[in-house]
Design a protein around this ligand. Structure first.
Ligand code: SAM
Length: 285
């Protein structure tokens, strides 16, 4: 009998819980981030698990193919506290399949309780850019998506320290949020140092592909602004090629950061390693 990969078994059961087979990238940029199969954290996901003192805690069990990592080092006690005490109130409702099995559109005004402009950050990492923007623009509401739970915990610590109240946190895949956002509900979107996926055969996993860009275009208002920062020239190439056909026009393409920019953790890493940041700005048509 032919060998059967674990990922195949999960897909056959109709529950895509991430790539548990051999399809993890082995490129040097991700090697430190890829769990071995025997320790793969997503094997410990169980629906309904919500006790943050449980080491298997996952506030948002995955449902679609996601190739990045969801867990890193063991969380500190303080971080577990942020997750159990703060995340519940900061999460937008109706995003996950568990919360919204019918995938009905949510009411965006319910997120912050009013009709303030909504911004979206995809993959906020440790949250420095999101908290900075929230503090700088107190009249908007910013929704961040990040499946990496250690990043979510870092963000929650920064929210406490900064005392900002205009941040909403989806601890999961941006696609799940975009599925249920109504048309034209987002005024600005940020994609800061997205996962580079340097191997040609992995380029279709990049965020700047129609799978992600078409839903993003749908949820953005006409005239809305989409910012992309990356230190990977080939990522910038693909961004220039793939974002406009999804319904955007390029209005900036430079090595000079935006005037309200704060350098993120990944940008700092890129600079230490001698790579040059690049910043591209689009307007939704
Ligand atoms: C290279 S890190 C950059 C983090 C941060 N923006 C920074 O500049 O420091 C990319 C982040 O995007 C997140 N990510 C990847 N795919 C995502 C998706 N579909 N939805 C939300 N976040 C995603 C990853 O978990 C990772 O934390």
């Amino acid at each position: 009998m032919a060998p059967v990969s674990v990922s195949w078994i999960f897909r056959v059961q109709g529950f895509c819980i991430g790539s548990a087979g051999r399809s993890f990238p082995k490129g040097p940029e991700r090697q430190d981030e890829m769990p071995g199969l025997e320790t793969a954290p997503f094997l410990r996901h169980f629906p309904g698990m919500s006790d943050t003192s449980n080491p298997n805690f996952d506030p948002n069990p995955p449902r679609r193919n996601f190739y990045g990592r969801r867990h890193g080092k063991t969380l500190r006690q303080s971080q577990k506290g942020y997750l159990s005490e703060d995340l519940g109130d900061l999460r937008p409702r109706g995003i996950t399949v568990q919360d919204n099995p019918g995938r009905n559109p949510i009411v965006p005004q319910a997120i912050f309780g009013d009709d303030r402009p909504l911004w979206l950050e995809v993959g906020f990492g440790g949250g420095e850019h999101m908290v900075h923007m929230a503090a700088r623009y107190p009249d908007i509401g910013i929704i961040g998506c990040e499946p990496f739970i250690n990043g979510v915990a870092m963000l929650l610590g920064k929210i406490r320290a900064a005392g900002v109240s205009n941040v909403s946190v989806h601890p999961g895949d941006a696609r799940d949020l975009m599925d249920v956002l109504p048309d034209a509900s987002i005024e600005r979107a940020f994609l800061m140092y997205p996962d580079p996926w340097p191997k040609a055969r992995h380029h279709r996993r990049r965020f700047v592909t129609p799978e992600h860009l078409l839903p993003l275009a749908r949820v953005m208002k006409a005239g809305g602004i989409f910012r992309v920062a990356s230190d990977i020239p080939d990522y910038i190439r693909q961004t220039r090629e793939e974002v406009p056909p999804a319904g955007f026009e390029a209005i900036g393409d430079t090595d000079q950061p935006w005037e309200d920019w704060i350098s993120t953790r990944y940008e700092q890493k890129a600079l230490r390693e001698g790579r040059a940041p690049h910043y591209v700005t689009f307007r939704r048509l």
